[in-house]
Ligand binder design. Structure first.
Ligand SMILES: NC(=O)c1ccc[n+]([C@@H]2O[C@H](COP(=O)([O-])OP(=O)(O)OC[C@H]3O[C@@H](n4cnc5c(N)ncnc54)[C@H](OP(=O)(O)O)[C@@H]3O)[C@@H](O)[C@H]2O)c1
Length: 318
């Protein structure tokens, strides 16, 4: 699989990232036992490695810690693997009931929470360091000075090499950058053919009565201007592109002409974007991982890209 230099970091990353959120998670999986989920997780990670993927995305909250913990099984199977892969995790979301029974679901960018969260991730992942740490979702009560101190302490203790954000607008990143001196090199955002709003935002600028009010306008341009790598979460829209018959037919037609699966075309649509977007894929099925990774060897034409974009947004361009 092709690699690209991650701007601002000293490593090369595959264009496709494997997202570990669904490992250790029973959703749509019937009643798997913990051991069955553990062996499924190992098979899935192995399948991603076999496709050449060298970048794995986590969060402290995935599977309430189970995803990171199950991922650590992989060290037993491949000696020397840690130095060959990029491990990213996230912090800042807290579930209802944490730590007190009446604590609400909330976001938390306090110094104490960031440091504790990283300590927990390192322990579960059984690693000495994270390559990248992201702030998961903007915290309206953020004090950027506290984030700055937490990032400095994590960087200088060797626990985290690089930093970034997720679901942040350009203004929110600028606010952090007023105090945070560690470079912010990643912004992970929801982008796919069904939820193409951040791309669409640039297209409908200056239009009267756009169908939907788009938040986050300018976010992609901001990231490109500031050398922040954009990662696309839910890049396959959990397979929901099949609910839009026009789009589904269009994807099938292009997939047939390219002799690849529909999953590969949906992923290739993201890879075609000049921002060098990294899709963060979440399927647990080895055969789907293989099918998706075929996207790395095809490039859609501009016409194909626009046909898919228009079918996905559900109306013609202005
Ligand atoms: N930063 C954030 O706020 C945020 C939010 C959400 C996710 N993420 C990251 O993004 C990663 C991917 O998220 P995701 O799992 O929602 O993304 P996805 O790759 O779009 O969807 C994968 C999920 O959809 C199911 N699926 C159904 N039909 C499918 C099809 N035709 N092709 C592919 N998958 C299909 C898969 O089930 P099977 O396993 O049965 O294939 C799997 O549960 C996560 O693991 C996480 O790392 C980040």
């Amino acid at each position: 699989m092709h690699k690209q230099k991650l701007i601002g970091a000293n490593f090369e990353s595959t264009r496709i990232v494997y997202g570990c959120m669904n490992l250790g998670n029973n959703r749509n999986r019937g009643e798997l036992t913990e051991n069955q989920m553990r062996s499924e997780a190992v098979k899935t990670i192995n399948a991603a490695l076999e496709q050449g993927i060298n970048f794995f995305d986590h969060a402290d909250i995935y599977g309430k810690g189970k995803s990171e913990e199950m991922f650590s099984e992989i060290w037993k199977l491949h000696s020397g693997l840690r130095e060959k892969i990029i491990l990213q995790s996230k912090c800042g979301i807290r579930f209802e009931g944490d730590p007190k029974s009446d604590s609400p679901h909330r976001f938390d960018f306090t110094y104490e929470h960031i440091i504790n969260s990283v300590e927990g991730s390192l322990k579960r992942l059984k690693t000495e360091y994270l390559d990248i740490l992201l702030l998961h979702r903007p915290d309206p009560l953020v004090e950027p000075e506290e984030v700055a101190k937490a990032f400095d302490d994590l960087r200088w203790s060797g626990k985290v090499k690089y930093f970034g954000v997720s679901n942040h607008t350009g203004y929110q990143i600028d606010l952090l950058k007023k105090y945070v001196t560690q470079p912010l090199i990643v912004n992970q955002l929801e982008i796919n053919l069904i939820h193409s709003d951040l791309i669409n935002a640039g297209v409908i600028t200056n239009q009267r009565n756009p169908k939907d009010f788009i938040r986050g306008e300018g976010t992609l341009d901001y990231c490109r201007l500031n050398d922040i790598t954009i990662q696309a979460w839910s890049p396959l829209a959990l397979g929901s592109y099949d609910d839009n018959s026009n789009l589904s037919e269009m994807i099938s037609e292009i997939a047939k002409s390219r002799n690849v699966s529909k999953e590969a075309i949906v992923t290739a649509w993201l890879l075609k974007h000049p921002a060098k977007i990294q899709p963060v894929i979440g399927t647990r099925r080895p055969e789907r991982i293989e099918a998706i990774c075929k996207a790395d060897s095809i490039e859609l034409t501009r016409d194909e890209w626009y046909k898919l974009f228009i079918a996905g947004r559900g109306e013609d361009l202005p």
